[in-house]
Design a protein around this ligand. Structure first.
Ligand SMILES: NC(=O)c1ccc[n+]([C@@H]2O[C@H](COP(=O)([O-])OP(=O)(O)OC[C@H]3O[C@@H](n4cnc5c(N)ncnc54)[C@H](O)[C@@H]3O)[C@@H](O)[C@H]2O)c1
Ligand SMILES: [Fe+2]
Length: 381
């Protein structure tokens, strides 16, 4: 046995904790920049956080111009804003896009490195500013990962992966997710399920802690996602989803994702299809493609999502895939690329771009070639 495992040192999971945010963070900085997007301002989620921070005696700066699948130019704007206004810490409040932007701002605002300098793995030099993250989607798990995903000027999604990106504190308040619209609940919840599944089948860094977290995450997510979609005000389901997404984040931060994400990135990078929906679209073809090499692991996961499943590994693997697809269909998300405006002519460029994602493809239980990628895109067109 040989593994390393990292996670943030401080995690607060409590309903209503946004109203205590100021007390939770006040020892860490005096003039934090709060990084979020306009959708969250409109949803009324940012105001209580700001009030709480101010009530604790801090001076808070607001950057609310985060864009989905954060484009490099926007991230640089946020870094400049933090520098110009003399921020001494960062709070990321929002979905993966806001938290990923916040992570990079915390790293770059006091550094001599440029954004391009830190693309890749273990590239961060120097000390980042204090960093607190609070998720509003039950999805990415970014609040507990060492990853930030940025979209380059060439529409390619690249990652910064460095232990410096783990926050000092993650604050999880399930109340923030109560108003998530159905399609966001579905897509981000499926993203979290994919994190758990792909962490479980990583061929390089699979480890017992990630396995245990992934199984628990998948149990919570698979049994609550449809309820959260159909009864959005159901507090227990929202809580289970947020917890499941966090556990899946801890799992894949230490046993990174594979070809579902690799195949999904071009959908986000080129067509701006939301990250969770991109993953959801590619999940079935990749699971079927991987099955010859990963059927024993998928069979183990059948015990989690389809407890009655019995028989050989191949039969249980089938039961696992069928159950996952049944859940996805029940959430009502789109199932075809053509429903999102993608045509046959786009597929070669997508397959070419997918091949650039070796950072994640190398973790996959089966090697994906350009022809394989093209075949899988064609399958879900
Ligand atoms: N860092 C990581 O470990 C990691 C992991 C997976 C994905 N990602 C990245 O995260 C990004 C996707 O993040 P996401 O799926 O959380 O979506 P997002 O942050 O892009 O947000 C999607 C939309 O949902 C809205 N929204 C968010 N929370 C809401 C709420 N509670 N109520 C109402 N509206 C709300 C936002 O305003 C936004 O319009 C992608 O760039 C993806 O690549 C990062
Ligand atoms: Fe993801």
């Amino acid at each position: 046995m040989n593994f390393t495992f990292n996670t943030p040192p401080d995690i607060v999971f409590r309903s209503g904790s946004t109203r205590e945010l100021g007390e939770l963070v006040k020892s860490r900085f005096q003039k934090p920049i709060l990084i979020t997007d306009k959708g969250l301002i409109a949803a009324g989620l940012v105001d209580p956080a700001i009030k709480s921070i101010e009530a604790a005696g801090l001076n808070v700066l607001l950057f609310d111009d985060v864009a989905a699948d954060p484009p490099a130019a926007k991230v640089k704007q946020a870094v400049n804003f933090a520098r110009e206004h003399g921020a001494d810490g960062v709070i990321g409040l929002g979905g993966g896009s806001s938290m990923d932007t916040a992570k990079v701002v915390a790293v770059l605002m006091n550094a001599n490195q440029s954004l391009e300098d830190i693309y890749g793995t273990n590239t961060v030099k120097g000390k980042r500013a204090p960093l607190v993250l609070s998720p509003t989607t039950a999805g990415t798990g970014s609040e507990v990962t060492s990853i930030s995903v940025i979209t380059t000027e060439e529409d390619t999604k690249v990652a910064v992966v460095d232990n410096a990106l783990y926050p000092d504190l993650a604050v999880l308040d399930p109340e923030l997710t109560m108003g998530l619209p159905r399609h966001v609940t579905a897509a981000t919840g499926i993203d979290a399920m994919v994190h758990a599944i792909e962490a479980y089948t990583n061929i390089h860094r699979k480890n017992p802690l990630s396995d245990a977290l992934a199984r628990e995450a998948l149990k919570l997510l698979s049994s609550n996602i449809v309820v959260a979609c159909e009864k959005p005000g159901q507090k227990d389901a929202r809580e289970a989803m947020l917890l499941g997404a966090m556990l899946a984040g801890q799992a894949f931060a230490n046993s990174p994702v594979g070809a579902v994400h690799g195949m999904a990135y071009p959908l986000g990078g080129i067509f701006h299809i939301p990250h969770g929906l991109s993953n959801s679209l590619m999940l079935e073809p990749v699971l079927r493609f991987n099955a010859p090499n990963a059927d024993h692991q998928y069979a183990e996961l059948a015990d989690v999502v389809a407890p009655g499943a019995a028989g050989t590994n191949a039969q249980k693997c089938d039961a696992f895939i069928s159950r996952i697809i049944e859940i996805i269909e029940a959430t009502g998300v789109e199932r075809r690329l053509s429903q999102l405006g993608i045509s046959h002519n786009d597929l070669p460029r997508m397959a070419e771009d997918a091949m650039k994602g070796q950072r994640v493809l190398q973790n996959n239980p089966r090697t994906v070639t350009y022809e394989d990628a093209l075949a899988m895109y064609t399958e879900v067109l």
